[in-house]
Design a protein. Structure first.
Length: 129
């Protein structure tokens, strides 16, 4: 029998350690149910997206531990972790997950603040006189 699989997902400043194993489709993030940890439906849908795309909704339970970043980044990190773990557990689903961009880490990060400027790109007000 198949035990389970674990994977790591990252997005922005968030890092998620995800474990999936055969079950009834329960998802827990940091010990809380999915709907409680991510009250917005956008983040909730993001997390379960790999299961929907691979046609495996309700077949696996997820236990995720995520830290850093905000809700959107954390949801993206959990999604990447779930997709990677699913690809390990179900090799047939790897192709469809890859084509839909689930296995690709989003490289976009926050741009650093530069000296002599108010923020990364914002300037201080210019005064001609």
């Amino acid at each position: 029998m198949v035990e389970g699989a674990s994977a790591t997902g990252r997005r922005k400043e968030a890092v998620a350690k995800v474990k999936i194993f055969p079950g009834s489709g329960k998802v827990q993030v940091n010990g809380k149910p999915l709907g409680e940890y991510f009250p917005r439906t956008v983040e909730e849908a993001t997390v379960v997206e790999p299961f929907v795309i691979a046609n495996l909704a309700g077949k696996y339970d997820v236990a995720a531990s995520v830290r850093g970043g905000g809700p959107h980044g954390q949801a993206g990190a959990v999604r990447l972790g779930v997709a990677r773990a699913l690809a390990r557990l179900e090799p047939d689903s790897k192709g469809i997950l890859g084509k839909s961009g689930m296995l690709t880490r989003d490289p976009r990060m926050k741009e650093r603040k530069k000296y002599g400027q108010a923020a990364a790109r914002k300037r201080f007000q210019f005064s001609k006189r």
